[in-house]
Design a protein around this ligand. Structure first.
Ligand SMILES: Cc1cc2nc3c(=O)[nH]c(=O)nc-3n(C[C@H](O)[C@H](O)[C@H](O)COP(=O)(O)O)c2cc1C
Length: 460
């Protein structure tokens, strides 16, 4: 593993899950310096250029360059008759992707970092209202965020004339009523408006017409959390954190039957082996690695031949998957790939908003076929049907990216675990259920163990 200082990883350096820093503690640790620099010393256009130069990419899954996204927000002179009465910044803290739990750590462990980050981002796009859209079950995050927001108001970092400037920002916490689709940015905007959380057609993109029809930026928690550090230390520092062309750090997660499940912030571009074996300690005794989803449930399987691929956006996509949320889900030798894919597809079928036919009808149809195969009642024609469904539900044929994401573990599973599918059909049962009765390990079990560590810090 390339050497780096685990104590110098910026996003999680101040994480304290038991007792996060309050306002005074955060300021004493250097907090709010980035926001102060932005608001008191820089024009919004300077901050935008800095973020563009840093090369920061969105950590919500798609990896879209953050500065470029912000640059699509129209800027207006004060006396411009077309100036909208508001623009909005929204932090996407929905985090319902199975196998993904990185944002929760930042929110629970260092809530002021996100508040500071949102001040910087909102100032840059000239928004005076900002929202944190939080997963409803994240009760502790909600409590800690609300406390941080109140402290920021009390200390002049939110509200009118922030730190004596002309800039005004109100920040609201909104807890989700709870659907996976609410994480899709336009469905999130609908939910925030009090409407049914169906994704919107794009264009228009939210940067131009988003929340209440006004220019809106939606960014992920981890994306935003980089901003105070980029403001403080500069674009070159940010680029130098990573050994390759994708800059910065990444919070990698591992779930499944490894020795230590958890989260680790590391330079972007560490290899999968560095994360899976170097940090998570490899698989539990007696188990072998069959494959893994590198970036949450909606990414394509990779296998042990990919262990030395760097975990960054470009390199993972070159081998046919996506970095996604960088939450690695491990498939071990006592876990049935067909059962695991069935489990995931059940989730996606349940969470489909039902708006478009390929997703509404396709996901339950896949579940029906996979259930048949897993129960030993499948036929060879079912494999053909599954391959066709992967095509019918692919990008460009659906209203949003939910169904294409759902298809990723399926289409790659059909490629890498073809023999497993065939064995189910030929033997008339799940081979693992037959061979391993008595080992005491439940099939179709993904992440029963809660994450055990963040940067080696144990937590409950
Ligand atoms: C079905 C679905 C669920 C999503 N869930 C999340 C989520 O929970 N958190 C998130 O940040 N992005 C999620 N996204 C991606 C968002 O639509 C959006 O791209 C992201 O919030 C942009 O932030 P970024 O540019 O900082 O990455 C989801 C996308 C889809 C299609």
């Amino acid at each position: 593993m390339p050497s780096y200082d685990p104590n110098a990883m910026p996003l999680t350096a101040l994480v304290n899950l038991d007792k996060p820093l309050d306002f005074q503690g955060y300021v004493a640790a250097g907090g709010y310096q980035g926001a102060g620099k932005a608001i008191l010393e820089m024009q919004p256009s300077d901050v935008l250029e800095l973020v563009k130069d840093s090369g920061l990419k969105g950590r919500g899954g798609a990896g879209f360059p953050t500065g470029m996204k912000w640059s699509f927000v129209p800027m207006f002179a004060d006396d411009d008759e077309h100036k909208p009465d508001n623009k909005y910044l929204v932090c996407n803290a929905d985090e319902m992707e199975p196998g993904t739990f990185k944002d929760r750590f930042l929110l629970e462990g260092v809530p002021h970092q996100l508040v500071e980050a949102m001040i910087i981002a909102a100032y840059t796009i000239n928004a005076n209202k900002a929202y944190i859209f939080l997963r409803g079950e994240y009760f502790l995050c909600a409590k800690r965020l609300q406390c941080a927001i109140e402290q920021a108001y009390e200390n002049g970092w939110l509200g009118s004339n922030i730190q004596g400037s002309n800039y005004h920002l109100d920040l609201y916490l909104h807890t989700s009523a709870g659907r996976y689709i609410c994480g899709e940015e336009t469905a999130l905007i609908n939910a925030l408006e009090g409407k049914r959380a169906n994704p919107r057609a794009k264009p228009p993109f939210p940067q131009v017409s988003g929340l209440f029809g006004k220019p809106t930026i939606v960014n992920n928690v981890e994306t935003l959390s980089n901003l105070p550090h980029i403001l403080k230390h500069g674009a070159e520092w940010f680029k130098a954190l990573s050994p390759n062309s994708d800059p910065g750090t990444k919070i990698y997660g591992v779930s499944g039957r490894v020795k230590t499940t958890g989260l680790w912030e590391m330079p972007m571009g560490m290899t999968i082996r560095d994360v899976l074996y170097g940090k998570a300690g490899g698989l539990q005794d007696g188990l072998e690695l069959r494959g893994f989803l590198p970036g949450g449930a909606s990414t394509d399987f990779l296998t042990s031949e990919h262990l030395d691929v760097p975990m960054d956006y470009d390199n993972i996509s070159k081998v046919g998957s996506r970095l996604g949320t960088a939450g690695i889900i491990v498939l071990d030798s006592q876990n049935c790939p067909v059962g695991m894919i069935l489990n995931l597809l059940k989730f996606f079928a349940q969470e489909s908003c039902g708006y478009c036919t390929p997703c509404r009808d396709g996901t339950p149809w896949v579940v029906e076929i996979l259930t048949r195969i897993e129960n030993g009642q499948g036929s060879i024609d079912d494999i053909d049907s599954l391959n066709k469904l992967c095509d019918f539900m692919w990008l460009g044929k659906t209203h949003c990216a939910l169904a294409p994401g759902a298809v990723e573990p399926l289409r790659s599973g059909l490629k890498y675990f073809q023999d497993d599918f065939l064995q189910h059909i030929e033997q008339g049962c799940c081979p693992l259920k037959k061979d391993h009765i008595g080992v005491g390990l439940k099939q179709n079990h993904l992440t029963k163990n809660p994450p055990a560590a963040v940067n080696g810090v144990k937590h409950e």
